[in-house]
Design a protein. Sequence first.
Lengths: 516, 253
Amino acid sequence: MGRVALDETVVDRCRFLAAEIATDVQRFIDAHTTVGVERTVARVLGVEGVDENGAPLVNQLVDRVHAAGLLDRGVAFVLGREMLRKRCSALEAAEQLAYGRGTIAPEGDESRAAIAASLAEVTDRALSRIDEARESREKHKLSCGMGETPWKYVIVATGNIHDDAVQAKAAARAGADVVAVIRATAQSLLDYVPHGPTTEGYGGTFATQENFRIIRKALDEASSELGRYVMGTNYSSGLCMSEIAWMAAVERLDMLLNDSMYGILFRDINMRRTFVDQYFSRRIIGRSRIIINTGEDNYLTTADALEAAHTVLASQFINEAFAHRAGLDDALIGLGHAYEIDPKVEDSFLIELAQAQLIRQIFPRHPIKWMPPTKHKTGDVFQSHVHDAMFSLVGVTTGQSIQLLGMFSEAIHNPLMMDRYLALKATRYVFNAAKHLGSEVEWKAGGLVERRAHEVLTRATDLLETVRTETLWSAIARGAFGDVKREPTGGKGLAGVIARSPDYLNPILERLEARS
Amino acid sequence: MSKDRPKILRAYGDRAGDGMVQLSFTLEILPSPHAKEAARRFAQAHGLDEVLVTCMEQCGPEHSYFVVYGQSRHSVDASRIDVPVADVPDLSKEEIDELVAVQLARKIIVVGACTGSDAHTVGIDAIFNMKGYAGDKGLEAYKSFEAFNLGAQVENDALIARAKAAGADAILVSQVITQRGCHKENARALVDRLNERGERGRFLLLLGGPRIDHKLAMELGFDAGFGPGTLPKHVASLIATRLIEKKRLLCSA
């Protein structure tokens, strides 16, 4: 593939700055836990189920432990202590703690070491569940084979998981390599994960463990029928990031939308909460070898794509740094960006090419996620179809890895079956017709593409220098990313952030961290 | 639109009055000559003559996608159509700032949000954000406006509380997600809440979104509605002129 000339020392400088930025935040992460993290620990240790009102047991348990002022030690500490005392399973212990009378006693005779030892077996079992699911995924991939990159990624969003399964299979047959089930719009702000199969949702379908199982099963059927492994995606984001990461890991999803800052910026979730949650979720994701998709593409829907291109690149460096800290290697880091420049701008196609080429080069081993135009789409479906074709041409020319297909009905409704079919058909045409275009062209020295790539890299470096000096907390507060401003103590979910005590116990995290 | 002179419209293809339209749709049947005839009859049932099925391809497990052309028998008399539109004077940002400074001598306070579960702020952002939309600056850029954009997933009660606390003149609601009519439910619920609290008269209520028009907004109990392509200056101009009119009525009463 043709390359634009880039100063590698500048790229190295960006990585260094991003690492420093992430290290500062990591100090906070390592000293804190959240109700979301603790609910995940409880789930991993085997606490499942809901009460007659649909309230998950893990929520009841963690709220109770929090109310007793013991969450700073970790839910594992309290669960393990109860297991030792009652000689029972984690599930039984959780039920007694959640529904039992009286408050939970703060002190006990059991030592931290004894409690930790009592959880060793169940921790082993939990990690084996992740490992087995991962190995099963690898086996499926080997036996079915994988589609060529750019992988064609489509979404389904009927609100009913059974309809989603039908649509997902149809999409796979029409050539999709990745199918995402879009989540109901309100779910990111729910501080619990709904339970069981769901058939009602607005703007999408609820992410539940059972729904994950249903969709993965449908995709497995399609994969064996087609002789091509079809990947499934959902969302590890919002207030239940890490719980969903665990569910996706054991139900063998292949990708997760997971971003270190997206919830802060676009869902107004508190930044302390998000940073702690994203870390634990990524620890699970790394063990499971799920590919994450980051959300920088969203910056360009609120900020201008021409002016804010460097914020996307700077954020990608930061997302990469956080991901590395959580044990993800480059092959799992699907950094996101998008084709969102106003199509009326002269040479908009070349400027998009420059950005796509720049990101491909700076992140060579990463499964880059390339998002279609949305902001400048109108109800003129014919024009939109052409707009999407130009986007596909950039994707194949610059070798993007995950191509989220544009829909000509983007500005109108959730895609109809035929909209998706036509998007796949057109993309197949462009990918095939321009298959080797990227390896045939060389970017002209000093030309528009090279100049634009330089400009974006330079501005990203400047932004990272500033963010390192002021810290990421302040940078987000002044609106450095996506033109959105968030305060460290603002947003949803702050009450669920707790400073860890010195005897904090989280055997899952310990084991996940020990591997890297 | 003049009521006495009819203006009959037929679809215009290549020549006036030929009635040519194209249509694409999916039927749950696999491609076959039988399926093609089904598509032709389906188009005929929609009032098309001389139907040409130009494309038939499988697009789902049991589904085919069709493109058809045909001559529509139907026509409309445009002179007999009455579409209520929000009365928006065509004023620029500077003219609005000037008008408000002279006529109201204070800032207009507006609060806006995407309500209910809707997480799509693209519309409300286009109207509020400094940068605005399509080169037209947003309400935050107006000297004559103090604009609070509360963002997405705001509950109606929280929106009302914020509007009261801010002393808002107007509340702007954006609804993007339209699955099973949830945009109408959310919007209507806000009007109901205000009515219950006896506070409906306190605010100018504006509704916007890709599937909103003035008529629908009025039906839902709002004062005005704005659809796709609305610029911030349209919204600003409507709010300013309505408030000035209200002040005039109060003064003359």
